[in-house]
Design a binder for this molecule. Structure first.
Ligand SMILES: C[S@@+](CC[C@H](N)C(=O)[O-])C[C@H]1O[C@@H](n2cnc3c(N)ncnc32)[C@H](O)[C@@H]1O
Length: 456
């Protein structure tokens, strides 16, 4: 076994190495160095000494996965339960928070070139466990041929580990998953075989309205039949849906969906800036996965928008209108743009439900819809953006600069894309006033933050 690599030699893919982990990289992998060559090690934390297998090798770095923990870090705590979606549960929560805060600072400095930006203390999660309101499980088969329902084993696309207690889901969601699993076992249904393409059951998506008490289950299968209506009757959910998809890709989004029971949408309530708001959420629409922290996140967006009651606000990437509706009572008017048509329909309905009459929503791509919106509505005083992980394209940032809002509130789920976007805005005259990290995803390396930029 190699324990170090001779200068200039990069380890081969498949090689097993003994490594000492000295820090955490953005994304959550442990960082180790071999003669200056960097390895990102999944499953390791600083202070660990591990045996790891190289899974990918590049000129500048390699990726590896822990196969044995040789000497655990003194910082490690015991995991509650195996869970591929909770890799940081082996770190004390305070340490997770400190790490996230410093990763935000580091991204802004290293990638954005901001030396003295104000990064505020991270807002800790209200509930560090069982906080997710949306879970996607996969069906598979155990080695002894039993149907299982859980998560992909890390690094294995075709192996599923059964879950009987999901430490990030509520007990209610756990009960729905276990009931679906038991019913499908009883029926003798097969799991979709990701290698051969045969078999029926693919995924189970469970969504929960934490405040409304509603639960929705959507079972995803390949083309084929089963007693779907009986399954719907057998489980305690306010809505049950069935999606059939013929493709081989691991996605729960494609295919035809039928409603088997109850409502196709789910409702949730949020209190933002003192206002209690109710939202309808369609199956294809985005909703923040941590309900309690969504309130904190939107509260931060409202605060950093510093509205006086008269402003024209644009909410770009508006989803079902959550941020727009949190801002509306303090704004003159709010205009939302969102790509997913069903989400726009939800936003329009949600404004009506909440008695909000100064918000308008349009279906469109932010890239091309900005200029027409400025022509129709007039230039914005305040711009709020909440893009997906990839951040804003340079073209979108150019359109934002052109629109000339005096203030921009940037809600980001990825500080490594926030940083270059903020730099492009800063080069055009905006000042990055402050950034507030908000911990939406305890036990995971994911980082959310809200940034405020003002035209100088
Ligand atoms: C991170 S979510 C935020 C949604 C909403 N602000 C919320 O908090 O619920 C990003 C949203 O951007 C939408 N989206 C992605 N690309 C887009 C584009 N090019 N133009 C408009 N919307 C887009 C997605 O459908 C999704 O609803």
């Amino acid at each position: 076994m190699e324990s170090s690599s001779p200068t200039g030699t990069r380890p081969q893919k498949g090689a097993e190495l003994e490594l000492s982990i000295d820090s955490l990289a953005y994304g959550g992998a442990g960082v180790a160095r071999l003669d200056g060559y960097v390895l990102f090690v999944q499953g390791a934390v600083p202070g660990d000494r591990v045996r790891a297998r190289v899974t990918k090798r590049k000129r500048a770095y390699a990726e590896a996965r822990v196969v044995e923990l040789l000497e655990p870090s003194a910082d490690r705590i015991e995991a509650r339960a195996p869970h591929p979606g909770a890799p940081w549960q082996v770190l004390p929560y305070e340490r997770q928070l400190a790490e996230k805060e410093s990763q935000v600072r580091e991204a802004l400095t290293r990638i954005g070139g901001f030396d003295d930006v104000l990064v505020e203390p991270i807002v800790p999660a209200v509930e560090p466990w069982r906080y997710r309101n949306k879970l996607e499980y996969s069906f598979g088969e155990s080695e002894d041929g039993q149907l299982v329902l859980g998560f992909h084993r890390p690094g294995r696309w075709n192996e599923i580990d059964d879950v009987s207690d999901d430490i990030l889901a509520s007990e209610r969601v756990d009960a729905v998953r276990e009931a679906v699993k038991a019913w499908c076992r009883e029926e003798g249904l097969s799991a979709f075989d990701r290698r051969g393409g045969s078999g029926l059951l693919r995924n189970l998506v469970v969504r929960e309205g934490r405040r409304s008490g509603q639960v929705q289950a959507r079972i995803v299968t390949s083309e084929g039949d089963f007693r779907a209506l009986d399954l719907a009757e057998a489980i305690e959910a306010t809505g049950v849906l069935w999606t059939r998809t013929g493709g081989v890709a691991e996605t729960t989004r494609d295919g035809e969906t039928d409603l088997l029971k109850g409502s196709a949408t789910i409702e949730e309530e949020l209190t933002c800036a003192g206002e209690r708001l109710r939202f309808r959420i369609s199956p294809d629409a985005f909703f923040q996965t941590n309900t309690e922290m969504a309130e904190r996140l939107y509260g931060a967006a409202v605060e950093l928008a510093e509205l006086s009651g008269r402003e024209r606000v644009y909410d770009l990437f508006s989803g079902i209108g959550t941020i727009a509706m949190a801002l509306a009572p303090a704004a003159g008017e709010v205009w939302g743009i969102e790509l997913v048509e069903q989400a726009v329909a939800d936003a329009i309905e949600n404004a009506r439900l909440n008695g909000i009459d100064n918000a308008r929503f349009y279906a469109g791509d932010v890239r091309t819809a900005m200029r027409p919106l400025v022509e129709e509505a007039g230039a914005p005083d305040v711009l709020v953006v909440d893009p997906p992980r990839a951040g804003l394209s340079q073209k979108i940032v150019r359109r934002m600069i052109e629109a000339g809002a005096k203030r921009i509130v940037y809600v980001s789920c990825n500080p490594t894309t926030l940083a270059p976007n903020a730099r492009q805005l800063a080069d055009a005259g905006y000042v990055l006033d402050r950034v507030r990290p908000v911990d939406m995803f305890p036990q995971t390396p994911h980082i959310e933050c809200v940034a405020q930029l003002s035209l100088s």
